[in-house]
Design a protein around this ligand. Structure first.
Ligand SMILES: Cc1ncc(COP(=O)(O)O)c(C=O)c1O
Length: 387
């Protein structure tokens, strides 16, 4: 009796698997050397205002300055509520003195636009671009305050450089750099407020935000009082003067010293791989491995249209095969196959972004894990298209 063959044979599974299948865009993979035991020096059960705790917080600030190359005359503070806390604290404290240019090309930037349009209700102009595109930053009025996100985590589109921002601007630039800091060169002379959170590029823990202020941002804080009430958690000044303690480790409210210890460990690891340039090279190598894969397969492409704007951290991809009828269902099914095989976790596109995949490529991810995962992506695609 003849044996019946299936119409298409299932594609064989690749042999190699990534040592670490964690490619989430936040919280992101811990540094490869991470070990919970390394956090044993955290001063748990002690006051964060005791000298030991304050010294740890100050060290976190000063090592951030060292690794990111933040100028000496910029203030760096540890604030509550992660990047969202840091960015909204800056908006609520600084905006309203002049017109605001609100810029967005994906979901997080759009959130800051909503803050201004619906909550602060100040004079503003909105500049948006679709997912995959970027706003023409040279067309903005820099006599106004400009709010933007350096790397759009949900579209994988980033600023190619800060060249479009004039050094002699009259307004302030407020930059959400949460998925850019520690992976991209940030031009400090073009940025008056920069924010990020620990849970992103360095694979730290969520909870605390970092707020970096230029001297001009401090000048604004000390000369302008917004017309709206500010909760204690947002207050950066007292009696018209900057609360300097926030920028030396005397936080507004109680921080987690376990998270601080973890961040210090991540910063140590960052220094061990060559600091900022080492981290950028690692992210570039990861994103480069994906670019090679995309170039070799005609069924997948970047969401970012212009290669100059392609992110090296949140790499967003879309399936382009004409046989796909329901893009969202297809992408979800591919991501599920990869998760079920434990070769790629959390790589579905952001819920508000176009259907596709988002693969985190920040420096804590090993290139060997990206290259081990990509044949699985080809396998999952074949399996799903033939399903
Ligand atoms: C660009 C950007 N802004 C803000 C946030 C919010 O960060 P957090 O949850 O740390 O406040 C994220 C998180 O993914 C982000 O990618």
């Amino acid at each position: 009796m003849a044996i019946q063959q299936p119409a298409t044979r299932p594609a064989p599974k690749p042999v190699a698997v990534p040592a670490n299948p964690r490619f989430s865009s936040g919280p992101c993979a811990k540094p490869p050397t991470f070990d919970l035991k390394k956090l044993a020096d955290a001063p748990l059960g002690r006051s964060h205002r005791a000298s030991e705790g304050k010294a740890k917080l100050l060290k976190a600030i000063e090592t951030t300055r060292e690794v990111l190359g933040v100028p000496d005359d910029y203030r760096i503070g540890i604030v509550p509520a992660s990047d969202t806390g840091a960015y909204e604290m800056a908006m609520w404290s600084l905006l309203g003195e002049r017109h605001a240019e609100m810029v967005a090309w994906e979901s997080f930037g759009a959130g800051w636009v909503t803050d201004v349009v619906k909550q602060l209700k100040i004079a503003h102009t909105v500049h948006t671009a679709d997912y995959g595109d970027i706003v023409d930053m040279a067309a903005l009025n820099y006599d106004h305050d400009v709010c933007f996100t350096w790397n759009g985590t949900t579209s994988g589109v980033r600023m190619p450089s800060g060249d479009a921002i004039p050094a002699d601007r009259a307004g302030l630039t407020l930059c959400d750099a949460t998925s850019a800091a520690f992976a991209m060169d940030l031009p400090w002379d073009k940025l008056d407020v920069t924010t990020f959170s620990w849970q992103k590029v360095l694979g730290g823990e969520a909870a605390h935000g970092m707020l970096i202020l230029s001297p001009r941002a401090v000048e604004r804080l000390e000369s302008y009082t917004p017309p709206w009430p500010l909760p204690k958690i947002f207050r950066l000044t007292k009696g018209g003067k900057l609360i300097e303690g926030i920028f030396t480790g005397a936080t507004i409210n109680t921080p987690s010293m376990l998270c601080v210890e973890d961040y210090l460990q991540a910063l140590d690891w960052a220094k061990s791989v060559g600091g900022l340039q080492g981290l950028i090279a690692r992210a570039d190598a990861n994103a480069g491995a994906i670019a090679d894969f995309v170039a070799a397969h005609d069924w997948i492409d970047f969401l970012a249209k212009d290669p100059a704007t392609r992110s090296n951290t949140s790499v967003c991809l879309r399936f382009t095969d004409a046989r796909i009828t329901d893009g969202a269902a297809f992408a979800k099914a591919v991501a599920k196959r990869l998760a079920d095989e434990n070769v790629a976790l959390d790589i579905g596109a952001y819920r508000e972004a176009p259907a596709g995949l988002r693969i985190w490529c920040g420096g804590t991810v090993e290139t060997s894990d990206i290259t081990a995962m990509l044949p699985w992506l080809a396998w999952a695609f074949e399996a799903e298209i033939n399903a």
